[in-house]
Write a protein that binds this ligand. Structure first.
Ligand SMILES: [Ca+2]
Ligand SMILES: [Ca+2]
Ligand SMILES: [Ca+2]
Length: 429
Protein backbone atom coordinates (compact mmCIF):
# COMPACT_ATOMS: atom_id res chain seq x y z
CA UNK A 1 0.00 0.00 0.00
CA UNK A 2 1.63 3.16 -1.12
CA UNK A 3 -0.80 5.87 -1.89
CA UNK A 4 0.27 9.05 -3.57
CA UNK A 5 0.97 12.05 -1.46
CA UNK A 6 0.26 15.50 -2.68
CA UNK A 7 1.60 18.70 -1.29
CA UNK A 8 -1.30 21.10 -1.51
CA UNK A 9 -0.02 24.11 0.33
CA UNK A 10 3.15 25.85 1.33
CA UNK A 11 2.23 25.14 4.92
CA UNK A 12 3.47 21.65 4.36
CA UNK A 13 0.15 19.92 4.42
CA UNK A 14 0.14 16.42 3.10
CA UNK A 15 -2.89 14.26 2.79
CA UNK A 16 -3.66 11.01 1.17
CA UNK A 17 -5.56 10.96 -2.10
CA UNK A 18 -5.90 7.24 -2.05
CA UNK A 19 -9.33 5.72 -1.66
CA UNK A 20 -7.56 2.66 -0.30
CA UNK A 21 -7.68 3.21 3.42
CA UNK A 22 -4.56 2.93 5.51
CA UNK A 23 -5.95 2.55 9.03
CA UNK A 24 -5.80 5.64 11.20
CA UNK A 25 -7.31 6.91 14.42
CA UNK A 26 -8.24 10.59 14.21
CA UNK A 27 -5.84 13.25 13.01
CA UNK A 28 -2.56 14.70 14.17
CA UNK A 29 -2.68 18.47 14.39
CA UNK A 30 0.50 20.44 14.86
CA UNK A 31 -0.33 23.91 16.13
CA UNK A 32 1.78 27.02 15.86
CA UNK A 33 3.62 28.31 18.90
CA UNK A 34 1.36 30.23 21.28
CA UNK A 35 -1.80 29.10 19.54
CA UNK A 36 -5.04 28.62 21.50
CA UNK A 37 -6.54 26.59 18.73
CA UNK A 38 -6.72 23.31 20.64
CA UNK A 39 -8.99 24.79 23.30
CA UNK A 40 -11.02 26.92 20.90
CA UNK A 41 -14.52 26.50 19.51
CA UNK A 42 -13.00 26.22 16.06
CA UNK A 43 -11.58 22.81 16.89
CA UNK A 44 -14.70 21.46 18.63
CA UNK A 45 -16.56 22.10 15.40
CA UNK A 46 -14.58 19.21 13.91
CA UNK A 47 -14.19 16.90 16.89
CA UNK A 48 -12.55 16.49 20.27
CA UNK A 49 -8.92 16.81 21.23
CA UNK A 50 -8.27 13.50 23.00
CA UNK A 51 -4.49 13.43 23.29
CA UNK A 52 -1.74 15.97 23.31
CA UNK A 53 2.01 15.66 22.98
CA UNK A 54 4.14 18.60 24.03
CA UNK A 55 7.56 17.96 22.49
CA UNK A 56 10.82 19.78 21.96
CA UNK A 57 9.82 20.12 18.31
CA UNK A 58 6.29 21.42 18.80
CA UNK A 59 2.81 20.84 20.14
CA UNK A 60 0.79 18.00 18.67
CA UNK A 61 -2.74 16.82 19.35
CA UNK A 62 -4.97 14.01 18.26
CA UNK A 63 -8.26 15.29 16.92
CA UNK A 64 -10.94 12.64 17.27
CA UNK A 65 -13.71 12.87 14.71
CA UNK A 66 -16.85 10.76 14.40
CA UNK A 67 -15.98 10.05 10.78
CA UNK A 68 -13.15 10.91 8.42
CA UNK A 69 -12.75 14.59 7.60
CA UNK A 70 -13.74 15.66 4.10
CA UNK A 71 -11.12 17.12 1.79
CA UNK A 72 -12.85 20.47 2.27
CA UNK A 73 -12.55 20.25 6.05
CA UNK A 74 -8.89 19.16 5.77
CA UNK A 75 -8.21 22.14 3.54
CA UNK A 76 -9.99 24.54 5.89
CA UNK A 77 -7.97 23.24 8.84
CA UNK A 78 -4.73 23.33 6.89
CA UNK A 79 -5.40 26.94 5.99
CA UNK A 80 -6.16 27.89 9.58
CA UNK A 81 -3.38 30.31 10.54
CA UNK A 82 -2.97 28.63 13.94
CA UNK A 83 -2.18 25.22 12.44
CA UNK A 84 1.12 24.15 10.96
CA UNK A 85 -0.25 20.95 9.52
CA UNK A 86 -2.86 18.23 9.93
CA UNK A 87 -2.53 14.62 8.84
CA UNK A 88 -4.07 11.23 9.66
CA UNK A 89 -2.88 9.61 12.89
CA UNK A 90 -1.87 6.30 11.33
CA UNK A 91 -1.91 3.01 13.18
CA UNK A 92 1.49 1.36 13.25
CA UNK A 93 2.56 -2.04 14.44
CA UNK A 94 5.42 -4.41 15.18
CA UNK A 95 7.47 -5.88 12.34
CA UNK A 96 7.75 -9.56 13.13
CA UNK A 97 6.26 -12.87 12.13
CA UNK A 98 5.52 -16.12 13.87
CA UNK A 99 6.65 -16.93 17.36
CA UNK A 100 7.56 -20.32 18.74
CA UNK A 101 8.67 -21.09 22.21
CA UNK A 102 12.31 -21.99 22.62
CA UNK A 103 13.75 -24.34 25.20
CA UNK A 104 14.21 -22.64 28.54
CA UNK A 105 17.80 -23.74 28.69
CA UNK A 106 18.64 -22.26 25.31
CA UNK A 107 22.03 -20.64 25.39
CA UNK A 108 24.46 -18.74 23.30
CA UNK A 109 25.18 -21.81 21.16
CA UNK A 110 21.74 -21.37 19.59
CA UNK A 111 22.32 -17.75 18.63
CA UNK A 112 23.37 -18.16 15.03
CA UNK A 113 23.12 -14.43 14.40
CA UNK A 114 26.06 -13.82 16.71
CA UNK A 115 28.08 -16.93 15.88
CA UNK A 116 26.76 -19.13 13.08
CA UNK A 117 28.26 -22.64 13.12
CA UNK A 118 26.01 -23.82 10.30
CA UNK A 119 23.90 -25.97 12.60
CA UNK A 120 22.40 -23.54 15.09
CA UNK A 121 19.73 -21.76 13.06
CA UNK A 122 16.71 -23.74 14.15
CA UNK A 123 14.83 -26.47 12.38
CA UNK A 124 13.85 -24.62 9.23
CA UNK A 125 17.03 -24.55 7.21
CA UNK A 126 20.59 -25.63 7.30
CA UNK A 127 22.89 -22.73 7.89
CA UNK A 128 26.26 -21.65 6.61
CA UNK A 129 28.98 -21.21 9.19
CA UNK A 130 30.25 -17.67 9.49
CA UNK A 131 27.15 -16.00 8.05
CA UNK A 132 26.62 -13.80 11.13
CA UNK A 133 27.51 -10.38 12.52
CA UNK A 134 30.94 -11.61 13.67
CA UNK A 135 30.12 -10.69 17.26
CA UNK A 136 32.64 -12.86 19.09
CA UNK A 137 35.56 -11.35 17.22
CA UNK A 138 34.20 -7.85 17.80
CA UNK A 139 33.89 -8.52 21.53
CA UNK A 140 37.60 -9.22 21.73
CA UNK A 141 38.49 -5.71 20.68
CA UNK A 142 35.80 -3.41 22.05
CA UNK A 143 36.70 -1.11 24.87
CA UNK A 144 35.32 -2.65 28.04
CA UNK A 145 35.17 -5.91 26.07
CA UNK A 146 31.56 -5.68 24.97
CA UNK A 147 30.13 -2.22 25.00
CA UNK A 148 29.95 0.52 27.54
CA UNK A 149 27.49 1.28 30.33
CA UNK A 150 27.45 4.92 29.29
CA UNK A 151 25.77 4.02 25.99
CA UNK A 152 22.00 4.26 26.17
CA UNK A 153 19.80 2.51 23.66
CA UNK A 154 16.06 3.23 23.54
CA UNK A 155 13.89 0.30 22.61
CA UNK A 156 10.78 2.01 21.24
CA UNK A 157 8.29 -0.84 21.11
CA UNK A 158 5.78 -2.79 23.23
CA UNK A 159 7.81 -2.16 26.40
CA UNK A 160 10.51 -4.27 28.02
CA UNK A 161 10.30 -6.96 30.69
CA UNK A 162 12.75 -5.07 32.90
CA UNK A 163 12.56 -7.77 35.58
CA UNK A 164 13.69 -10.50 33.18
CA UNK A 165 16.80 -12.18 34.65
CA UNK A 166 18.67 -11.45 31.42
CA UNK A 167 17.67 -7.77 31.32
CA UNK A 168 17.23 -6.50 34.84
CA UNK A 169 20.86 -5.44 35.16
CA UNK A 170 20.87 -3.90 31.70
CA UNK A 171 18.28 -1.19 32.19
CA UNK A 172 18.86 2.52 32.40
CA UNK A 173 17.48 3.39 35.82
CA UNK A 174 16.21 6.87 36.65
CA UNK A 175 17.42 6.90 40.25
CA UNK A 176 15.47 10.01 41.24
CA UNK A 177 12.27 8.12 40.42
CA UNK A 178 13.47 4.76 41.77
CA UNK A 179 14.21 6.35 45.11
CA UNK A 180 11.39 8.88 44.86
CA UNK A 181 7.75 9.03 45.78
CA UNK A 182 5.08 7.13 43.84
CA UNK A 183 2.75 9.42 41.93
CA UNK A 184 5.27 12.26 41.98
CA UNK A 185 7.52 13.44 39.16
CA UNK A 186 10.62 13.33 41.35
CA UNK A 187 13.12 14.50 38.76
CA UNK A 188 10.78 17.11 37.30
CA UNK A 189 11.17 15.87 33.72
CA UNK A 190 7.43 15.98 33.10
CA UNK A 191 6.87 12.23 33.52
CA UNK A 192 5.63 10.64 36.74
CA UNK A 193 7.48 7.53 38.01
CA UNK A 194 9.50 7.00 34.81
CA UNK A 195 12.08 4.65 36.34
CA UNK A 196 12.91 2.40 33.36
CA UNK A 197 11.26 4.50 30.68
CA UNK A 198 7.70 5.47 29.88
CA UNK A 199 4.50 3.98 28.53
CA UNK A 200 2.96 6.30 25.95
CA UNK A 201 0.26 3.77 25.03
CA UNK A 202 -1.23 3.97 28.51
CA UNK A 203 0.29 7.27 29.65
CA UNK A 204 2.02 6.01 32.74
CA UNK A 205 5.49 5.43 34.10
CA UNK A 206 5.46 1.65 33.74
CA UNK A 207 6.75 0.42 30.34
CA UNK A 208 6.32 -3.27 31.20
CA UNK A 209 5.89 -5.49 28.16
CA UNK A 210 2.53 -7.26 27.97
CA UNK A 211 3.35 -8.55 24.49
CA UNK A 212 6.94 -9.81 24.37
CA UNK A 213 8.13 -8.18 21.16
CA UNK A 214 9.93 -5.26 22.79
CA UNK A 215 11.58 -7.63 25.27
CA UNK A 216 12.82 -9.73 22.36
CA UNK A 217 14.37 -6.68 20.70
CA UNK A 218 15.93 -5.57 23.99
CA UNK A 219 17.54 -9.00 24.45
CA UNK A 220 19.07 -8.93 20.97
CA UNK A 221 20.68 -5.60 21.81
CA UNK A 222 21.73 -6.19 25.36
CA UNK A 223 20.84 -9.45 27.15
CA UNK A 224 23.36 -9.90 29.94
CA UNK A 225 26.43 -12.07 29.40
CA UNK A 226 25.75 -13.83 32.67
CA UNK A 227 25.91 -17.53 31.89
CA UNK A 228 22.14 -17.94 31.61
CA UNK A 229 19.75 -17.57 28.70
CA UNK A 230 20.98 -15.58 25.77
CA UNK A 231 23.66 -12.98 25.10
CA UNK A 232 23.06 -9.56 23.60
CA UNK A 233 25.24 -7.90 20.97
CA UNK A 234 26.25 -5.56 23.79
CA UNK A 235 27.06 -6.96 27.23
CA UNK A 236 27.41 -3.47 28.64
CA UNK A 237 24.58 -1.12 27.77
CA UNK A 238 21.76 0.81 29.35
CA UNK A 239 18.40 0.08 27.80
CA UNK A 240 15.60 2.64 28.02
CA UNK A 241 12.18 1.03 27.68
CA UNK A 242 9.82 3.23 25.73
CA UNK A 243 6.43 1.76 25.07
CA UNK A 244 3.92 3.10 22.58
CA UNK A 245 2.75 -0.16 21.04
CA UNK A 246 0.01 -1.75 23.13
CA UNK A 247 0.03 -5.33 24.32
CA UNK A 248 -1.64 -6.27 21.02
CA UNK A 249 1.40 -4.91 19.15
CA UNK A 250 -0.10 -1.83 17.57
CA UNK A 251 -0.05 1.87 18.35
CA UNK A 252 -0.48 5.34 16.98
CA UNK A 253 1.79 7.85 15.32
CA UNK A 254 1.09 10.52 17.91
CA UNK A 255 2.47 8.24 20.62
CA UNK A 256 5.45 7.32 18.45
CA UNK A 257 6.46 10.97 18.19
CA UNK A 258 6.02 11.43 21.94
CA UNK A 259 8.27 8.38 22.42
CA UNK A 260 10.98 9.83 20.21
CA UNK A 261 10.77 13.13 22.06
CA UNK A 262 11.11 11.32 25.40
CA UNK A 263 14.12 9.33 24.15
CA UNK A 264 15.82 12.58 23.15
CA UNK A 265 15.14 14.04 26.60
CA UNK A 266 16.50 10.89 28.21
CA UNK A 267 19.78 11.37 26.36
CA UNK A 268 19.90 8.12 24.43
CA UNK A 269 22.56 7.44 21.79
CA UNK A 270 20.54 5.06 19.67
CA UNK A 271 16.82 4.49 19.05
CA UNK A 272 15.86 0.97 17.99
CA UNK A 273 12.61 0.89 16.04
CA UNK A 274 11.14 -2.48 15.03
CA UNK A 275 7.78 -1.18 13.87
CA UNK A 276 6.18 0.34 10.83
CA UNK A 277 3.02 1.16 9.00
CA UNK A 278 0.98 4.13 8.03
CA UNK A 279 2.21 6.48 5.38
CA UNK A 280 4.59 9.39 5.19
CA UNK A 281 3.87 11.82 7.98
CA UNK A 282 5.30 15.26 8.62
CA UNK A 283 5.05 14.80 12.40
CA UNK A 284 7.12 11.62 12.43
CA UNK A 285 9.61 13.21 10.06
CA UNK A 286 9.84 16.19 12.44
CA UNK A 287 10.49 13.82 15.35
CA UNK A 288 13.23 11.88 13.54
CA UNK A 289 14.82 15.14 12.40
CA UNK A 290 14.85 16.35 16.02
CA UNK A 291 16.68 13.12 16.93
CA UNK A 292 19.15 13.75 14.12
CA UNK A 293 19.83 17.25 15.44
CA UNK A 294 20.49 15.68 18.84
CA UNK A 295 23.04 13.33 17.24
CA UNK A 296 20.98 10.19 17.80
CA UNK A 297 21.03 7.26 15.38
CA UNK A 298 17.55 6.02 14.44
CA UNK A 299 17.66 2.33 13.49
CA UNK A 300 14.51 1.11 11.73
CA UNK A 301 13.25 -2.27 10.53
CA UNK A 302 12.92 -2.28 6.73
CA UNK A 303 9.57 -4.10 6.95
CA UNK A 304 8.24 -7.59 6.27
CA UNK A 305 6.25 -7.25 3.05
CA UNK A 306 8.92 -8.67 0.69
CA UNK A 307 8.76 -5.27 -1.03
CA UNK A 308 11.36 -3.24 -2.82
CA UNK A 309 11.49 -0.16 -0.59
CA UNK A 310 13.12 1.79 -3.42
CA UNK A 311 9.80 1.76 -5.27
CA UNK A 312 7.35 1.16 -2.43
CA UNK A 313 8.05 3.14 0.71
CA UNK A 314 7.91 1.73 4.22
CA UNK A 315 7.87 4.11 7.17
CA UNK A 316 9.68 5.00 9.33
CA UNK A 317 12.52 3.13 7.52
CA UNK A 318 12.20 5.26 4.38
CA UNK A 319 12.41 8.74 5.93
CA UNK A 320 15.27 10.48 4.21
CA UNK A 321 17.07 11.77 7.27
CA UNK A 322 20.79 11.11 7.71
CA UNK A 323 20.36 9.35 11.06
CA UNK A 324 17.97 6.67 9.76
CA UNK A 325 19.49 3.24 9.20
CA UNK A 326 17.03 0.92 7.47
CA UNK A 327 17.72 -2.75 8.21
CA UNK A 328 16.75 -5.78 6.13
CA UNK A 329 16.92 -9.38 7.29
CA UNK A 330 18.87 -12.49 6.26
CA UNK A 331 18.65 -16.16 7.23
CA UNK A 332 21.20 -18.47 8.80
CA UNK A 333 22.11 -19.54 5.25
CA UNK A 334 23.13 -15.96 4.52
CA UNK A 335 20.26 -15.33 2.10
CA UNK A 336 17.71 -12.55 2.27
CA UNK A 337 14.82 -13.65 4.47
CA UNK A 338 11.83 -14.22 2.19
CA UNK A 339 9.69 -11.72 4.11
CA UNK A 340 12.31 -8.98 4.22
CA UNK A 341 11.89 -5.75 2.33
CA UNK A 342 14.93 -4.78 0.28
CA UNK A 343 16.28 -1.92 -1.78
CA UNK A 344 19.71 -0.91 -3.02
CA UNK A 345 19.13 2.72 -2.08
CA UNK A 346 16.65 2.86 0.76
CA UNK A 347 17.62 -0.24 2.74
CA UNK A 348 21.08 0.40 4.13
CA UNK A 349 22.27 -2.83 5.73
CA UNK A 350 21.12 -6.35 6.54
CA UNK A 351 21.38 -8.38 9.74
CA UNK A 352 20.16 -11.73 11.09
CA UNK A 353 16.36 -11.82 11.35
CA UNK A 354 15.08 -15.36 10.76
CA UNK A 355 14.57 -17.67 13.75
CA UNK A 356 16.27 -15.43 16.26
CA UNK A 357 16.39 -16.60 19.85
CA UNK A 358 16.07 -13.88 22.47
CA UNK A 359 14.40 -12.87 25.70
CA UNK A 360 10.61 -12.78 25.80
CA UNK A 361 8.05 -11.88 28.44
CA UNK A 362 9.29 -13.94 31.39
CA UNK A 363 11.01 -16.50 29.14
CA UNK A 364 12.86 -16.96 25.82
CA UNK A 365 11.47 -17.26 22.34
CA UNK A 366 12.31 -17.53 18.66
CA UNK A 367 10.97 -14.76 16.43
CA UNK A 368 11.47 -13.85 12.79
CA UNK A 369 11.27 -10.46 11.18
CA UNK A 370 13.16 -7.35 10.24
CA UNK A 371 12.13 -6.49 13.81
CA UNK A 372 14.89 -8.88 14.89
CA UNK A 373 17.42 -7.63 12.33
CA UNK A 374 17.13 -3.99 13.41
CA UNK A 375 18.22 -4.53 17.05
CA UNK A 376 21.31 -6.44 15.87
CA UNK A 377 22.29 -3.21 14.12
CA UNK A 378 21.31 -1.09 17.14
CA UNK A 379 23.72 -3.23 19.15
CA UNK A 380 26.53 -2.82 16.63
CA UNK A 381 25.97 0.94 16.63
CA UNK A 382 26.19 0.84 20.42
CA UNK A 383 29.49 -1.08 20.28
CA UNK A 384 30.83 1.39 17.75
CA UNK A 385 29.86 4.37 19.90
CA UNK A 386 31.56 2.74 22.90
CA UNK A 387 34.80 2.97 20.96
CA UNK A 388 34.23 6.14 18.97
CA UNK A 389 31.73 8.30 20.85
CA UNK A 390 32.06 11.25 18.52
CA UNK A 391 30.84 9.56 15.36
CA UNK A 392 27.81 11.26 13.83
CA UNK A 393 24.80 9.18 12.80
CA UNK A 394 25.65 9.81 9.14
CA UNK A 395 29.22 8.59 9.71
CA UNK A 396 27.92 5.51 11.52
CA UNK A 397 25.59 4.66 8.64
CA UNK A 398 28.36 5.12 6.10
CA UNK A 399 30.70 2.95 8.20
CA UNK A 400 28.19 0.10 8.51
CA UNK A 401 27.48 0.10 4.78
CA UNK A 402 31.13 0.30 3.74
CA UNK A 403 32.43 -2.33 6.17
CA UNK A 404 29.71 -4.89 5.44
CA UNK A 405 30.88 -8.20 3.99
CA UNK A 406 29.61 -8.24 0.42
CA UNK A 407 28.04 -11.51 -0.66
CA UNK A 408 26.41 -12.73 -3.84
CA UNK A 409 23.34 -13.84 -1.91
CA UNK A 410 22.71 -10.36 -0.53
CA UNK A 411 23.89 -8.28 -3.45
CA UNK A 412 20.39 -6.96 -4.17
CA UNK A 413 19.18 -6.66 -0.60
CA UNK A 414 20.61 -3.35 0.55
CA UNK A 415 23.05 -0.55 -0.20
CA UNK A 416 25.73 -2.57 1.61
CA UNK A 417 25.28 -5.50 -0.85
CA UNK A 418 26.12 -7.82 2.01
CA UNK A 419 25.85 -8.39 5.74
CA UNK A 420 26.82 -5.99 8.51
CA UNK A 421 29.95 -7.09 10.37
CA UNK A 422 30.55 -5.83 13.90
CA UNK A 423 34.29 -6.56 13.86
CA UNK A 424 34.88 -4.81 10.57
CA UNK A 425 32.76 -1.86 11.63
CA UNK A 426 34.75 -1.44 14.84
CA UNK A 427 38.10 -1.79 13.09
CA UNK A 428 36.93 0.35 10.15
CA UNK A 429 38.06 -2.08 7.48
CA1 LIG B 1 10.04 11.88 36.12
CA1 LIG C 1 8.04 9.20 41.43
CA1 LIG D 1 22.35 -14.04 29.40
Amino acid sequence: MNSKLLCVSLLGLFFSLSAQATPFNGYIVKVKKGSNFLTSKAVSHYGAVTKEAETSFGTFARLETSKGLSDKAMMALANNPEIEYIEPNYIISIESTKASEAPKDAMFSKQWGLANNGKNGGIFSSGVAGEDINATRAWEITKGATGDKTIKVAVIDTGVDYNHPDLQGQMDVNLAELNGRPGVDDDGNGYIDDVYGYDFANKDGNPADGHGHGTHCAGVIGAAHNGIGVAGVMANVKIVAIKFLSDSGSGETIDAIASIDYAIKRGVNVMSNSWGGGEKEQSLLDAITAAEKAGITFVAAAGNESNNNDSSSTYPANYEVSNVISVGSYTNAGAKSSFSNYGLTTVHVTAPGSAILSTYKGKYSNLSGTSMAAPHISGIVGLLLSQEPNLTPAEIRERLIRTSVQTTKLKSASASKGRADAYRALTNQ
